[in-house]
Design a protein around this ligand. Structure first.
Ligand SMILES: Nc1ncnc2c1ncn2[C@@H]1O[C@H](COP(=O)(O)OP(=O)(O)OP(=O)(O)O)[C@@H](O)[C@H]1O
Ligand SMILES: [Mg+2]
Length: 280
């Protein structure tokens, strides 16, 4: 029997083998990501899938390439946040789909920061879509899929101990605003309006430090092109607008994470010619 295995396939198998070697047992599989035990105590591996879901899992599909892009975009943003002193769970990106992270006890609260009214806010309160808010608006929702992640107040969070003390809650809110300021500037600089986004926080299993966890990507943000207002985020999936991966790619390209192929062209050198030195 002759083994016919192409070099490309062999590379893929080796990569897959190496990436499995690092991973411990699966700790959690969510809609968009899988969390594995990491190589050292208190670390984890966050794997980005291509699965897309919306409306609390009612709409499901696979968007080829989404996981790779979200991994890169989230790495870029969290690295920048780490650099400006906002603690995050990201240690480093490992490969196309995986990041080494600090495992956390995640507060069961989603922190939603809004700069422009859209989505559920406009439906719940009858506010016109696209209304620019006078200052960032922070909403909280209880992370519970069975209940449909209901909107809650600060008092619910403290009463039910989802975040144990008011000082920590204030610290998280302060960080949400800092992250918003940074991200608004970063996206504006590349012609994108940061409409709203969702954050998750937790305390590190290693030293109990408060940190930003999960991901920041076009799956968790609403991003509109400044001039055309074209949506460059998961709303393309929610609203069946098509070209989802192209939109995520556009975000990555504008942030300088991936480069347009058209920019990469081989430089052609002609055959070297002998230099004729004129004799005097
Ligand atoms: N550093 C971390 N340590 C532990 N868990 C984390 C960390 N970062 C993110 N998570 C959790 O890992 C899961 C990521 O999976 P995914 O985003 O697919 O979940 P999901 O389907 O959105 O479900 P849900 O967030 O409601 O659990 C989330 O539950 C998230 O809270
Ligand atoms: Mg999630």
């Amino acid at each position: 029997m002759t083994l016919t295995i192409t070099q490309k396939k062999l590379t893929l198998y080796i990569r897959e083998f190496l990436s499995r070697m690092n991973k411990g047992k699966k700790l959690y599989e969510g809609k968009a990501k899988i969390i594995y035990e990491g190589p050292e105590k208190g670390t984890g591996i966050q794997h980005f899938k291509d699965d897309a879901t919306a409306f609390n899992n009612l709409k499901k599909s696979t968007v080829e390439g989404k996981g790779v892009l979200n991994n890169r975009i989230s790495e870029h943003i969290l690295n920048n946040l780490n650099q400006i002193g906002v603690k995050t769970h990201l240690i480093k990106r490992l490969n196309m789909r995986e990041q080494l992270i600090k495992l956390c006890n995640i507060f069961p609260v989603e922190f939603i920061v809004r700069n422009i009214a859209t989505g559920s806010l406009t439906k719940r309160l009858g506010i016109a879509d696209g209304t620019v808010l006078s200052k960032p608006l922070i909403e909280f929702s209880y992370k519970n899929d069975d209940l449909g992640d209901p909107v809650i107040s600060r008092e619910h969070i403290l009463e039910f101990g989802w975040v144990k003390d008011p000082i920590t809650l204030d610290l998280i809110i302060e960080r949400c605003l800092r992250i918003n300021d940074f991200m608004q500037g970063m996206f504006r600089g590349v012609g994108i309006k940061l409409v709203d986004f969702k954050l998750e926080f937790g305390r590190s299993n290693i030293d109990n430090e408060l940190m930003l966890a999960d991901e920041i990507s076009p799956d968790t943000c609403r991003l509109w092109d400044v001039s055309s207002e074209k949506k460059l985020d998961k709303d393309r999936f929610r609203k069946d607008l098509g070209n989802i991966v192209q939109a995520y790619q556009e975000v990555a390209r504008r942030l300088g994470i991936i480069h347009e192929e058209s920019n990469i062209s081989s430089v052609k050198f002609g055959k070297p010619k002998a230099v004729n030195i004129k004799k005097k």
